[in-house]
Write a protein that binds this ligand. Sequence first.
Ligand SMILES: C[S@@+](CC[C@H](N)C(=O)[O-])C[C@H]1O[C@@H](n2cnc3c(N)ncnc32)[C@H](O)[C@@H]1O
Length: 356
Amino acid sequence: MGVVMGELRGTHVPVLLERCLELLDPALRLPGAVHVDFTLGLGGHAEAVLERYPDVVLIGLDRDTEALTHSRHRLARFGERAQLVHAVYDELPRVLDELDLAEFHSGLFDLGVSSLQLDEADRGFAYAQDAPLDMRMDQTSGFTAEQVVNEYEPGALVRILRQYGEEKFAQRIVSSIVRERQRGRITSTARLSELVKESIPAAARRTGGNPAKRTFQALRIEVNGELATLEAAVPAALDALAPKGRLVVMSYQSLEDRIVKRALAARSRSTGPVDLPVELPGTGPTLRLLTRGSEPPSEQEVAANPRAASVKLRAVERLDHQATPGAARERPRMTTTHGGQGRLRPGEREEGEGKA
Ligand SMILES: C[S@@+](CC[C@H](N)C(=O)[O-])C[C@H]1O[C@@H](n2cnc3c(N)ncnc32)[C@H](O)[C@@H]1O
C-alpha cells in the first residue's frame, strides 16, 4: 500500500509543537540557523519550523521511505530550504558532510512510530490490525519481525520480550510461540496477538490494555535496532551542535528516555577532579539542561492529542566556551543545579534517576 499524497495531512497533530518551538526559538534565531529534524515523519514539526522561521534551512532525516515521500510533497513549497535525506539518525555526521555543513543549530528527535506507520496496516506495527509481521521502519533493508519470531532461539526471544517490552510473562509467551512455530510459520500480526493473549493468565488479560502491546514494542525495538541507534545518535548530534545551539528530544518509553537522560547528563557536568575549585580546560560541562528532569505533557495536550500521553521531553543548550578559550573557569559552587552546571558527588543520584 503506498501513500496517497495529502491524505494524512492534518490528521496528525505534532506532539508538544508549541513547547518544542518555545525551547528551540533562541537557536532558530541564530544567524544562518540550520535545523535538523532527526525524525521527520509526516513533517508536522518541520513544517511549523519552516513556516515560522523564514531564514532557517531544514535537514529532515527519516529511515522510512514512505514518510519521506509524504514529507517531500508536504514541504515542496519551501524548495531548497528543505533538504530531506533517507538516513538513520545516527548517520548525521555523514549527512552534514555531504551537505558541506560542519554543525547545526537546532535539532529535534520525536522518537517512536509515526501515525503513518501505525495507520498503514501492511507495515505490521499495529497489534489491533491484521497484517504481515514486518515492523521495519526502513522497508528497503534489514530483517522483519516474522524472522525474529520464527527464527530466533527461544532464549533470545525471552530476553528481547523482557528487556525491550518489560514483559513479565515473556517465558510463557515464548513457549507458545515455539509450540506454534513447530506447526507452521507465524506470519501475521493477528496470529501473534492471539498467541500472546492465550499465553498470559486470565486475570492479567482483564487489566492493562491489549496484552500484545509489550510484545509488539519489544519486536519493533529489536527489528529496528532502536536502542543501539539512539545510543549512538544522541552523542553524534551533540558533537555537531553549534555553540548556543539547542536540542529537544521526545521519548515515549522509559528505555529510550533513560538513554537520552544519560547522554545529556554526561555532558552537563564536569569531568574534572572533584576537589579542584577551578575547571580544567576540556573538563567543564558543554551542555546546559533546559528542562528539569523530563517534562510530561499537560492534561490539555493529552486531551487534544492522545499520542502525547506517554511523552517525556528533555532539552539542552550547547554552552558557548568561545568567549574564554583555554582559560580555567571557576567552578559553580552548587554540586547539582537545575541548570545542570554542576557535577555529581559520589553517592548522589543523577538528575531524574529512578523516575520512569
Ligand atoms: C513519531 S514520528 C515523527 C513525527 C514528526 N515529528 C511529525 O511531526 O510528523 C517518528 C519518525 O521517526 C522515524 N525514525 C524512527 N527511528 C529512526 C531512526 N533511527 N532514524 C531515522 N528515522 C527514524 C520513523 O520512521 C518515523 O517516521
